[in-house]
Write a protein that binds this ligand. Structure first.
Ligand code: PSV
Ligand code: MN
Ligand code: MN
Length: 392
């Protein structure tokens, strides 16, 4: 085995990426949904699909859950999740509270000027911590969708304090080894101000909240042109990088499949992680995508394979040489050192890695010939057809 191949195998042995339960269900845009016969219609089907993706790729042993969608009865549903996790051999991953769907949240959840609404949101967050404890989950992943649509319509300042109050309560409820991940996003659904709009705000909130609070980077949650790998490097430097939601985008939070638009950006993020993380394996890599037109299963397998490829490329950067070139400001050689790894064809080594682990060399092809898609389409077609929503 060449030095590159060895490094690729070693990197893939440790690489895992968490699947989002919502990526298997029917999703769409605010203009409508196109139903898929194969989409998961229950939490059990989401676990089954996740297990199939893991069997095909060997890299996705856990499933992130969204409380309102996957545990509608809250902590009472924990037992069911536990048995599904055991049945399908898939770990329950990060727990995602939902602060954006209830009618009460029209003017915000934890930043709502109405104390009673803030209390509803706080209870939901505390119950999410309970769920995480009941399931032995480490991470509670918080995306606060709150914001406002018109200048002057809300007090930006007072909302910061309300948010800090709730975060303090959530932090106090966390178990010894639990963490809260604070996810930022510049806009949508709010279009004037969003209460946690960028990594600076998330970082300040995490610092003010306590040692178990960290920042989550969703690759789709930045303005165009922003240098995401630099943000990642700063968060690593400050030991506040809590994890990732990976996806790709062309315009805003498009939730396209990982690496589909700009694989070089994901490569640069992984490169900074390899360069700066104390322990790469400790960083949760999660997928947050919405496969609107692509087949749910195909899209997920494709994403995991893309992630493996790009991670493998980042693993083979000659960082020692790069450091020397940087010190001597040999600009073009340094850039070429990075590019050499990016353009190296890692696919033969990955195929070899798969062979040595008893995994299909081409997971997408294996999915298509496995019969799994035909089976789930036949089983779920009717249920999905009944769920068709009309937007009159
Ligand atoms: C919001 O855009 C987000 O990225 C959050 O992570 C949510 O939990 C997820 O999408 C699903 O709606
Ligand atoms: Mn996200
Ligand atoms: Mn998003």
């Amino acid at each position: 085995m060449s030095r590159f191949e060895e490094r690729i195998h070693h990197a893939l042995d440790s690489f895992q990426i968490e699947l989002p339960s919502w990526g298997f269900a029917n999703t769409g845009t605010r203009f409508g949904k196109f139903q898929q016969a194969e989409a998961a219609t229950s939490i059990e089907e989401k676990f089954a699909d996740a297990a199939e993706v893991h069997a095909l790729t060997g890299a996705s042993p856990s499933l992130a859950l969204h409380v309102e969608w996957d545990l509608p009865n809250g902590v009472k549903d924990a037992q069911q999740i536990r048995s599904l996790a055991a049945k399908y051999g898939i770990r329950a991953g990060a727990i995602n509270p939902n602060l954006f769907e209830r009618q009460e949240y029209k003017y915000g959840s934890i930043c709502n000027p109405d104390k009673a609404v803030r209390a509803i949101a706080t209870d939901h967050l505390l119950e999410s911590v309970e769920i995480a404890k009941a399931l032995g989950m480490r991470d509670v992943s918080l995306w606060v969708s709150d914001g406002s649509n018109y200048p002057g319509s809300q007090s930006i300042r007072r909302r910061i304090d309300w948010m800090l109050e709730v975060f303090a309560a959530v932090h106090a409820a966390l178990g010894e080894r639990q963490r809260m991940l604070i996810e930022y996003k510049p806009f949508e659904p709010a279009f004037y101000h969003t209460d946690i709009a960028d990594w600076g705000m998330a970082l300040v909130l995490a610092r003010r909240t306590g040692p178990k609070a960290t920042v989550l980077v969703d690759t789709g949650h930045h303005y165009q042109g922003q240098n995401i790998e630099q943000i990642v490097t700063w968060l690593l430097h400050e030991e506040l990088l809590g994890g990732f939601h990976f996806n790709d985008r062309k315009y805003a939070d498009d939730d396209l499949t990982l690496g589909s638009i700009d694989p070089y950006q994901i490569f640069r993020i992984f490169h900074e992680i390899f360069s700066n993380a104390a322990d790469v394996q400790q960083i949760p890599f999660m997928i947050d995508q919405s496969h609107n037109l692509k087949g749910k299963m195909e899209a997920m397998v494709q994403t995991v394979c893309n992630a493996q490829e790009i991670f493998a490329k980042a693993a083979i950067v000659d960082r020692e040489r790069l450091g020397g070139l940087q010190d001597e400001a040999r600009l073009v050689e340094a850039e070429e050192c990075l590019r050499e790894a990016f353009w190296f064809d890692v696919r033969p080594a990955i195929r070899e890695w798969r062979r040595s682990h008893g995994i299909a060399e081409d997971p997408l092809d294996a999915l298509r010939t496995s019969g799994y898609l035909e089976k789930i389409r036949a089983e779920r077609r009717e249920r999905n057809a009944k769920a068709v929503v009309s937007y009159a």
